[in-house]
Design a protein around this ligand. Structure first.
Ligand code: HEM
Length: 394
């Protein structure tokens, strides 16, 4: 008989509790794979170990993304982008949808843009330092929003509007606010795709708008869905990793000092903060045929949630997983995914986070909390709602 988790791992309040790491470790010790009875999504297999998480993520032929890659849509609901949006499409079609985006996120392309990203990050930090007292969650959000406008080559005249709309669509405080923002973003993207299909430029929208598979253009709705996928993927994740990463450094001033003294490199520090924060708590798959995982029989149609946060703290994969070792090597965390759907924006995310943390370390002597830090209620992008601080310049 499969073990059923005594707690509903999809309960967003669980993840902000101080006893959660011990609770998850206990569940993982009991069994790598459990059956969880969730409130909104019905029965779901919960994968807690690193090894079995990797097994699921690497095997898109058995563990499909087409029925949804995130919990929360409700049992049996297939998302609109199924088979059309890269995150919700299995290989081989997945490769065709991802191909036009790849060149814009290659390490080379991102290296070319990283000076601009670093300058942008420095100016955002400078502004926050000048203000003195800020909400760090709001302050850091300006970076992914701006980078996204650059990536989409949003015309200068539309920039403020697009930032405002994205801000509400992805960072709005209520689902209604976010829905309203989204309803404005989609027609905007659609309009841009149509413009660039007839008059292409050298940018991501034009590339996707004019991309041909087997001689045929991608349907215009699919282009919009995939652009939306990129914008969705690139704003909240960076915002929450940045805020959670800074919160971690505030809680561990010794780490902040080590970074400031240059005793550890930024690249390894970023990977460790990605592992530690694991803001994308889970990733969902659906079995496309009967299979076995850790001795459990998984039936065709069963949903399987990979708990990335738990895999990233598995002692079988990480030495001293409950410690933050900024120079940890190797560090094969799953915070950016694994296999076919490995985050397409990973180099960009690292350039943004690296630029931001570097600017903070160079410009800020201390970050002092001035009020309560509140967590959001999300198992998709687990992060902070508020992080009010006083910044003392260096
Ligand atoms: C710290 C920041 C980020 C984190 C933690 C993160 C995390 C992830 C993870 C875990 C996946 C795999 C999902 C799955 O297996 O179903 C993923 C995929 C994806 N990410 Fe990111 N991401 C980040 C930044 C970005 C950025 C900056 C962009 C784009 C601008 C982006 C765009 C995407 C897209 C489009 C996918 C789907 C890829 C595919 O299905 O082939 N992400 N991300």
């Amino acid at each position: 008989m499969p073990t059923t988790t005594a707690v509903d791992l999809t309960d967003p309040d669980l993840w902000a509790r101080p006893d959660t790491p011990a609770l998850v470790a206990e569940l993982r010790r009991e069994s790598a794979v459990h059956l969880t009875d969730t409130v909104d999504d019905g029965p779901v297999w919960s994968v807690l170990s690193y090894r079995h998480s990797a097994e699921v993520l690497r095997n898109a032929a058995v563990y499909s993304s087409e029925q949804g890659s995130l919990l929360g849509a409700g049992e049996g609901n297939v998302p609109v982008g199924s088979g059309r949006m890269m995150a919700l499409t299995d290989p081989p079609r997945h490769r065709e949808l991802r191909a036009p985006a790849n060149p814009f996120f290659s390490p080379g392309a991102v290296r070319g843009a990283s000076r601009g990203i670093a300058e942008l990050a420095a100016s955002i930090v400078e502004q926050a330092v000048e203000q003195g007292e800020v909400d760090l969650v709001d302050a850091v959000s300006a970076l992914p929003l701006s980078v996204m406008c650059d990536l989409l080559d949003v015309p200068e005249a539309d920039r403020d509007m697009v930032v405002r709309v994205c801000d509400v669509a992805f960072l709005g405080r209520t689902p209604e606010e976010r829905r309203a923002g989204h309803q404005q973003l989609i027609p905007y993207l659609l309009h841009q795709v149509m413009l660039r299909r007839s008059d292409p430029r050298d940018d991501l929208i034009s590339m996707m708008a004019t991309y041909r598979v087997g001689g045929k253009l991608l349907p215009i709705e699919d282009v919009v869905l995939n652009l939306d996928n990129i914008v969705v993927g690139g704003v909240q994740t960076v915002r929450h990793t940045a805020a959670m990463g800074l919160h971690t450094l505030v809680q561990h001033p010794d780490l902040w000092r080590r970074l400031q003294r240059g005793e550890v490199g930024m690249d390894s520090a970023l990977d460790e903060l990605l592992r530690w924060t694991s803001v994308g708590l889970h990733t969902l798959r659906t079995a496309s045929r009967d299979t076995e995982l850790d001795g459990r029989t998984i039936r065709r149609g069963d949903r399987v949630a990979v708990w990335v946060w738990s895999a990233n703290r598995d002692p079988e994969a990480f030495e001293r997983p409950e410690e933050i070792l900024l120079d940890r090597a190797p560090n094969k965390h799953l915070a950016l995914g694994l296999g076919a759907h490995y985050c397409v924006g990973a180099p960009l995310a690292k350039a943004e986070l690296g630029g931001l943390f570097t600017a903070m370390l160079e410009r800020v002597a201390t970050i002092e909390p001035t009020g309560p830090v509140t967590h959001n209620r999300s198992i998709i992008n687990f992060g902070l709602d508020r992080f009010p601080v006083r910044l003392t310049p260096r």
